[in-house]
Design a protein around this ligand. Structure first.
Ligand SMILES: O=C(O)c1ccccc1NCC(=O)[C@H](O)[C@H](O)COP(=O)(O)O
Length: 206
């Protein structure tokens, strides 16, 4: 089965449209102000309105005040919420929208227990742990830390790029792959050649 592809951290209409045209299944919009990929609600609105059908839009939050999430949802018809901090399950489900829970993998983390706690999530996004940032670090984690199977769809993330994503898919067999830094020319700036190479590497794998 082909892994779905989410490109995270889009910040302008032209790049988002081109990313969709290149074959991305989903794009991520970062509403975490500390991120270099942060996008305003206005720009996010323009991006969502400019996308063709069947490209999912994912809104990313990190331990946000619920009023921020509610404000975004009032303005934007997002397909999915992505919670990338330490949000408990009750918080994640309180918005009544489909969500994915991001977890930052390091030795000792019990992913089966987490999948059980977040059983109503649409998927578990497994990213690299870093003490410096919640995500978008370009760092990989040891894929051997993942259990052989999870009861939720696995979205593999963290340090992926066009050179390693085929190996990652072969090793992990994820439902989807997620990338940010690996398709950028500089921090926060997407590079469409790299996006194309990444998507080709995923598709050619199958
Ligand atoms: O992208 C960010 O700046 C970010 C900041 C804070 C929390 C999450 C963030 N990104 C989440 C993503 O889904 C990234 O795609 C994921 O962390 C992988 O990033 P990368 O290793 O750079 O490919």
């Amino acid at each position: 089965m082909t892994a779905r592809i989410k490109i995270c951290g889009l910040r302008d209409v032209a790049t988002a449209r081109a990313t969709a045209a290149l074959g991305a299944d989903a794009i991520g919009l970062v509403f975490h102000e500390a991120s270099p990929r942060h996008v305003s609600i206005n720009t996010a609105h323009e991006i969502v309105a400019a996308l063709p059908p069947f490209v999912s839009t994912v809104g990313l939050f990190v331990d946000a005040d619920p009023s921020l999430v509610e404000g975004v949802l009032r303005t934007l018809p997002l397909d999915l919420l992505q919670f990338h901090g330490d949000e408990p399950p009750e918080y994640c489900r309180a918005f009544g929208r489909p969500y994915i829970k991001a977890v930052r993998v390091k030795p000792g983390l019990d992913l089966l227990e987490l999948a059980d706690r977040y059983a109503d999530a649409r998927g578990l996004l497994c990213d690299a742990y870093s003490p410096l940032a919640h995500g978008g670090t370009g760092e990989r984690f040891d894929w051997n830390l993942l259990p052989a199977s999870l009861p939720l769809p696995l979205i593999l993330s963290g340090g992926l790029d066009s050179a390693n994503v085929a190996d990652a898919i072969r090793a992990v067999r994820p439902w989807a792959v997620d990338v940010s830094s690996g398709v950028e020319s500089q921090r926060g700036i997407k590079d469409l050649d790299r996006v194309a190479q990444f998507i080709a590497a995923v598709r050619q794998h199958h």
